[in-house]
Design a protein around this ligand. Structure first.
Ligand code: AMP
Ligand code: MG
Length: 413
């Protein structure tokens, strides 16, 4: 058996091997969420495009209101989308609302709370600074400045940012084609009765959802028995047709683990033995023009290997530049058992304690226990060289935002 590769070395090999897909397409912005930009996008217009009012109030000349208790005559109104197009002489003002164009002669907005109004007159009671409550042209971004660089993965905020500048179409990488299958004689589909010795195939369901959260076309090939011939057929019928094949199970060294020998027959295995817990057997290979990631069958290992290897592979194929993930320091509320050797990613619940961020491991950390993930909102990083860690010590955690949550929940329910 080859020596275990460190996670860093394995990740470096993976990202060095994968280069961005060159096929691109032009898409309407409304359908471009999750896609990755292939061009730098420059702002076609400035934001705001005109000097606009930040508040409801009155547009004034500061020269008019130099002394306290100045009285001004209201000669019109500027609404958002309906600018005031008349003139105003010194000593005159215009009623204005948030988002409305500031008339060219005005250099400040006095908020309505700072005036006394009677009929068509207002008395300004507070001192006025030049530019106050005015959002000047280009305050957000100037026309022709870089709006978003190539390699940006679009999410709701980026889509909004492009829409704000009037960008209607974007050039993006085509979706990544990923074929997926699970292996195991013991697997059954949810909805079918379980025979003695069978379990339900949960990995495929998890991976389909994880992959769908990215710009991926998922080809779900189903599940295959522990039989080298059927695994080989499943692979060969997809090599050259998809960018990446992901499998679960059968990648270890047991008597019914056939994925690795089949991979070695069909292509070039880069690594399969990584100093990681959970998830030591994880195979990365190239099968002609198709990449291959074989994940271990234990459901928690599958998820951790997805996060550490599949997701970075999708990013690399899409041209998203590598960036380290945010870790946060948190105080362990319980001791963590660990033996030196492999880096471990335990599942935890991160919450705000009285004095610091705290993290509580989510019970038994066996790699088959999906329950350890169901209530987790972070992974606890236990470094390779670290032995067991006492409660009260500070550890690094990786927050795990749920796709549909946005904010991270601090409770298990
Ligand atoms: P393997 O990696 O094939 O040795 O499987 C390791 C463990 O994960 C075994 O207990 C399998 O029964 C379980 N397992 C394998 N594939 C799946 C799957 N698709 N869903 C749930 N558990 C699985
Ligand atoms: Mg198996």
């Amino acid at each position: 058996m080859p020596p275990m590769l460190s996670i860093d070395e394995a990740s470096a090999r993976l990202t060095a091997a994968l280069s961005p897909i060159r096929e691109t397409e032009s898409l309407a912005l409304a359908g471009a969420n999750r896609r990755v930009l292939v061009d730098d996008v420059y702002a076609p217009v400035s934001l705001p495009p005109f000097n606009s009012s930040a508040m409801d109030g009155y547009a004034v000349r500061t020269a008019d209101v130099a002394s306290a208790k100045t009285e001004l005559k209201v000669v019109g109104t500027s609404f958002a989308g309906k600018p005031f197009d008349g003139a105003a002489a010194p000593g005159e003002t215009v009623r204005i609302f948030t988002g409305a164009a500031v008339p060219a002669w005005a250099d400040a907005i006095v908020i309505q709370e700072d005036v006394e109004r009677s009929d068509e007159r207002v008395i300004v009671s507070e001192a006025v600074q030049i530019g106050q409550n005015i959002r000047s042209v280009g305050h957000d971004i100037c026309a022709n400045d870089l709006l978003l660089p190539q390699g940006t993965k679009l999410g709701a905020f980026e889509v909004g940012w492009l829409a704000a500048c009037g960008v209607a179409t974007v050039n993006v990488v085509r979706p990544i084609q990923v074929a997926l299958f699970s292996t195991g004689d013991e697997l059954q589909d949810p909805g079918q009765p379980l025979q003695y010795g069978q379990i339900y195939d949960s990995n495929r369901a998890t991976l389909v959802e994880l992959l769908r959260s990215q710009a991926v076309t998922v080809i779900d090939l189903g599940r295959f028995p522990d039989d080298p011939a059927s695994i080989e057929t499943a692979l060969t019928t997809n090599i050259g047709k998809v960018d990446l094949i992901v499998t679960s199970g059968g990648v270890s060294v047991g008597d019914s683990d056939f994925v690795r020998p089949v991979i070695e027959k069909l292509g070039e295995l880069s690594f399969w033995n990584v100093a990681l817990k959970p998830g030591k057997p994880i195979a990365f290979a190239k099968l002609n023009e198709t990449w291959f990631l074989g994940l271990p069958g234990n459901p928690v290992s599958t998820v951790v290997c997805y996060l550490l290897f599949v997701k970075p592979a999708l990013d690399a194929l899409s041209g998203v530049p590598y960036a380290e993930s945010l870790t946060l320091p948190a105080t362990l509320t319980e001791s963590v058992r660990h033996t030196v050797g492999r880096r471990e990613y335990q599942r935890g619940l991160l919450y705000r304690g009285d004095d610091s961020m705290c993290v509580k491991p989510t019970g038994d950390q066996s790699s088959n226990r999906l329950a350890s993930l169901a209530y987790a909102n972070c992974l606890i990083l236990v470094p390779e060289e670290q032995a067991s860690i006492e409660a009260g010590r500070v550890v690094d955690v990786l927050p795990l935002p749920r796709e549909a949550d946005h904010f991270i929940r601090m409770s298990a329910t």
